[in-house]
Design a protein around this ligand. Sequence first.
Ligand SMILES: Cc1cc2nc3c(=O)[nH]c(=O)nc-3n(C[C@H](O)[C@H](O)[C@H](O)COP(=O)(O)OP(=O)(O)OC[C@H]3O[C@@H](n4cnc5c(N)ncnc54)[C@H](O)[C@@H]3O)c2cc1C
Length: 424
Amino acid sequence: MRSRQARGGVLIAGGGFAGGYVARLLGRAGATIVSPENFMLYTPILPEAASGTLEPRHVVVPLRQMCPHAELLLGRVRGLDEAQRLVEVETEDAGPFELEYEHLVLALGSVARTFPVPGLAEHALGFKDLADAIQLRNRVLRELEAAAAELDDVEAESHLTFVFVGAGYAGVEALAELSDLVADALRYYPGLATTPQRWVLVDAAPKILPEIPTRLGDYAARELARRGVEIHVGTTLESLGPREAVLSNGVRIPTRTLVWTAGVKAHPLLGELGLPLDERGRVVVDELLRVRGRERVWALGDAAAVPNTRTPAHVDPPTCQHALRQARRLAKNLQGDLEPYGYRMLGQVATLGRYRGVADVLGLRFRGFPGWFVARSYHLLQLPLVSRKLRVVADWTTSLFFRRDIAELSMLGHPHRLGDSDAE
Ligand SMILES: Cc1cc2nc3c(=O)[nH]c(=O)nc-3n(C[C@H](O)[C@H](O)[C@H](O)COP(=O)(O)OP(=O)(O)OC[C@H]3O[C@@H](n4cnc5c(N)ncnc54)[C@H](O)[C@@H]3O)c2cc1C
């Protein structure tokens, strides 16, 4: 098989939050990133791409701009030969080849965690990446069109019923953003003025947003309930069909749209690399972020169980802020400035749609408009590249003055073949 060497000897598997930042922070020392996409997705603002507040391109950062000194290879890591220090890579354009490394950084992230619920795989939508967000947006807008065309009131109502399973950040923020989108869009559907819409949030845990302090979580629950969101905590999804979801508390919900945001699990490829894993499939690393028992293999982000010297009782949770701090330490450790990783969280923020949010920063708690403002400012500060920040600010500013765009663009990426036409 053809082989080549990683730039600067460092091979980074995965160009997401963790991998992208390690490459950026290595700077001129260089690295080779293997990633299926040529951009890093800034997930905290993904719900706003789904609702149309932000342009889809503005929630991603092109890796070539973010890490100008790194080499980017579009492809997927498929295997590892530790003895030879070779990683097997599959590319769409250049076929398979091997990459030699001095140091390997595993930053493969996570995938949606699912359970064997009947009908889930066939009928639920995910919310993990940009394609999911845009698909969800198009689905919601398509359901409005279907409800508008429906003659039967009960069927119309089921088109306007949206269920989210998983009440962590992703589920709560996505539900809040999309319900704002529908509220805005309904102005243009006078025929649906009397059709009830229904938004349902389901979680197995006893409360929503378990990551944030109880008082803020309670505020978020009250805020969603005030908007008419039905919240079922301590409840799971029993089954899902094309037109109905059944919950463990016996509630049957006629719906065509169920979004699954019930957590993540480490990337399954990690189980095939012969490395030590914890009970959740994450690579076990030491306090230097080096894979246990290995000299030249490192791991971080959602793919790794990372011990934190500032919180010795537990490993880091799968969040951007932890991935970013781990990346900062790992980039230094790779350059010989070896120190244990430690980080104490400065706070947590979440938005609840337009002008509402919660934030707990340095012990100060904000909710409502101040919470929303703090959450947005925090993400703006964290977002890499001035050009990206300005594009996002421009989108946010425009959204202050204009309603959301309601064009349904599911045909994007599926052009007609030349010569095809509906008339033929
Ligand atoms: C919808 C959503 C909202 C979120 N909101 C927040 C939030 O508000 N605050 C917060 O702190 N955290 C949030 N998170 C969590 C946060 O996104 C993750 O913790 C963070 O992205 C982890 O970084 P990572 O690099 O480990 O994984 P990722 O960012 O997922 O990157 C993994 C990368 O590996 C690539 N990859 C996969 N397979 C291969 C392969 N075989 N070969 C090479 N590359 C591969 C993927 O394409 C991806 O680019 C959210 C997550 C989601 C899904």
